[in-house]
Write a protein that binds this ligand. Sequence first.
Ligand code: SF4
Length: 65
Amino acid sequence: MRVSVDRDRCVGAGQCVFSAELVFDQDEDDGLVVLQNSDPPLAELDAVGDAVDRCPAGAITLREK
Ligand code: SF4
């Protein structure tokens, strides 16, 4: 899968980190999302899907390769 984030939309709510901490982090300075892995293993699919659903800004996109 391919994951992308739009930092212009991110509001720093941190729900993505809560859902999938191996894939997402938050910038220590501005609190915005930091994508740690744009091609996570399939085992992370449910967690990333949760992050997409929980992100209040619609800032996360998940695509099949
Ligand atoms: S859940 Fe969405 S708005 Fe919140 S930090 Fe993650 S990408 Fe940004």
